[in-house]
Design a protein around this ligand. Sequence first.
Ligand code: FAD
Length: 319
Amino acid sequence: MKVTDYFEKANGQTLISFEVLPPIKGGGIKSIFKTLDPLMEFKPPFIDVTYHREEYVYKANKNGYYEKTSIRKRPGTVGICTAIMHRYGVEAVPHLLCGGFTKEETEDVLIDLNFLSIKNVLALRGDARKFESSFSPTPGGHHYAIDLVRQIRNMNKGKYLDDNIEHGQKTNFCIGVAGYPEKHFEAPNMTTDLELTFDKIKAGGEYIVTQMFFDNKAYFNYLELCKKIGIHVPIVPGIKPLTKIYQLTSIPRFFHVNIPEELSKEVLKVKDDRKKVKEVGIEWCIHQSKELKAAGVPCIHYYTMGDSKTIRRIAEAVF
Ligand code: FAD
């Protein structure tokens, strides 16, 4: 079933969903099941699986010199989606990126997904890789998420890349896109970012999943701004708890989001006690989740980062 159908069917009730990352180097489906098994009792109708583009690392060669090498650290998104659907009977949502794919390769992936009865995808651009100053599209690939949305939408209409093929089956993918309550870091301002997000919706995006945030005001304000410019699709808050002291700086650095003063003060008060830092982060996330649920959001999407114990505690307190 489509993710958006679940929102409709829920009739105002807040659903729960999770995001998992493929294990490093295909390291066994068991780690995915170990993360998800304890979370399935909360009945998520869908689970997202991230996609990870190849990365550059420096590796010593035979002569002891360091060379820039391309590695694929977390492959297996499509296989994991299929395994999730088989084991739990829920929808799996693969993340699709512009970066790393030609349009033809994207078409192949979409055809595979269609054969596998995967009905939902989250269409994303992807980030610049380490050692790149900004995102560079793969030659023959898409530059922005909107271009990927258009390709998927075209396939939903039976339009494939090669116009000579007349029997391209119509697919029926439900397309999700990303949104940024605190603005995408490359956008010159919030208005431009919102207009470009609206363009993704007009091109075929049917729901938005947000970047993580730690201050619900940012999300509620984002909802208002979206409504004002005419975005009326479901906007799913994506959140995760802060659980380690170093995340006070790493989260803003990697995800370009703010840590509210109140949270950072509470964390710093107990900074020498790892358990207490985690407690503060979990309590904060529970509070955030309860407020979001009380506000009637369509779904709360948890970024699990493989830590099912923590996410389970939060879900138990909220759902
Ligand atoms: P876009 O919508 O293409 O926007 C990128 C930037 O370009 C924005 O600043 C936007 O304002 C601007 N822009 C858009 N269109 C145009 C245009 N036509 N002209 C000029 N500027 C334009 N990354 C991964 O690698 N793997 C994942 O699995 C993954 N999952 C994610 C899930 C969620 C819910 C979110 C929020 C992010 C995820 N990301 C993932 C990170 C994402 O790839 C990055 O945030 C990336 O920098 C932007 O992706 P996007 O799809 O929002 O890009």
